[in-house]
Design a protein around this ligand. Structure first.
Ligand SMILES: [Zn+2]
Length: 76
Protein backbone atom coordinates (compact mmCIF):
# COMPACT_ATOMS: atom_id res chain seq x y z
CA UNK A 1 0.00 0.00 0.00
CA UNK A 2 1.45 3.31 -1.08
CA UNK A 3 0.14 6.75 -0.18
CA UNK A 4 -1.30 8.47 -3.27
CA UNK A 5 -0.22 11.84 -1.98
CA UNK A 6 3.36 11.42 -0.89
CA UNK A 7 4.22 7.95 -2.15
CA UNK A 8 5.20 6.69 1.28
CA UNK A 9 4.58 3.08 2.12
CA UNK A 10 4.09 3.81 5.81
CA UNK A 11 0.38 3.34 5.54
CA UNK A 12 -1.79 1.70 8.15
CA UNK A 13 -5.16 0.21 7.42
CA UNK A 14 -8.01 0.94 9.76
CA UNK A 15 -11.38 -0.70 9.85
CA UNK A 16 -14.08 1.74 10.86
CA UNK A 17 -17.54 0.59 11.74
CA UNK A 18 -20.37 3.05 11.46
CA UNK A 19 -23.51 2.12 13.31
CA UNK A 20 -26.77 3.61 12.21
CA UNK A 21 -29.97 3.01 14.07
CA UNK A 22 -33.10 3.91 12.29
CA UNK A 23 -36.38 3.85 14.13
CA UNK A 24 -39.61 4.11 12.29
CA UNK A 25 -42.77 4.46 14.28
CA UNK A 26 -46.05 3.78 12.67
CA UNK A 27 -48.27 6.74 13.38
CA UNK A 28 -51.21 5.78 11.28
CA UNK A 29 -53.00 3.56 13.77
CA UNK A 30 -55.82 6.06 14.30
CA UNK A 31 -56.38 6.50 10.60
CA UNK A 32 -56.41 2.77 10.13
CA UNK A 33 -58.86 2.40 12.99
CA UNK A 34 -61.17 4.99 11.44
CA UNK A 35 -61.00 3.37 8.06
CA UNK A 36 -61.47 0.01 9.70
CA UNK A 37 -64.51 1.33 11.55
CA UNK A 38 -66.05 2.63 8.35
CA UNK A 39 -65.43 -0.60 6.55
CA UNK A 40 -65.87 -3.27 9.15
CA UNK A 41 -67.31 -1.55 12.22
CA UNK A 42 -65.98 -2.93 15.53
CA UNK A 43 -63.66 -5.63 14.17
CA UNK A 44 -62.16 -2.95 11.96
CA UNK A 45 -61.24 -0.82 14.97
CA UNK A 46 -59.51 -3.76 16.55
CA UNK A 47 -57.59 -4.42 13.37
CA UNK A 48 -56.62 -0.79 13.12
CA UNK A 49 -55.50 -0.62 16.73
CA UNK A 50 -53.37 -3.69 16.23
CA UNK A 51 -51.15 -1.64 13.99
CA UNK A 52 -50.71 1.14 16.54
CA UNK A 53 -47.60 1.74 18.52
CA UNK A 54 -45.53 -0.72 16.63
CA UNK A 55 -42.12 0.58 15.95
CA UNK A 56 -39.64 -0.78 13.56
CA UNK A 57 -36.04 -0.52 14.51
CA UNK A 58 -33.31 -1.24 12.09
CA UNK A 59 -29.63 -1.19 12.80
CA UNK A 60 -27.20 -1.16 9.97
CA UNK A 61 -23.49 -1.51 10.16
CA UNK A 62 -21.32 0.07 7.58
CA UNK A 63 -17.81 -1.21 7.65
CA UNK A 64 -15.34 1.06 5.98
CA UNK A 65 -11.71 0.45 5.37
CA UNK A 66 -9.60 3.54 5.77
CA UNK A 67 -5.93 3.81 4.98
CA UNK A 68 -3.97 6.38 6.91
CA UNK A 69 -0.58 7.52 5.76
CA UNK A 70 1.82 7.75 8.67
CA UNK A 71 4.00 10.13 6.74
CA UNK A 72 1.63 12.89 5.70
CA UNK A 73 -1.57 11.93 7.48
CA UNK A 74 -3.56 11.46 4.30
CA UNK A 75 -6.62 9.29 4.65
CA UNK A 76 -7.81 7.43 1.64
ZN1 LIG B 1 1.32 10.24 2.54
Amino acid sequence: MICPKCGSNHVITQQVTDTETETKTKGFGCVKACIGYLLFSIPGILCGLCGMGKSKSRTSYNVRITHVCQNCGKRF
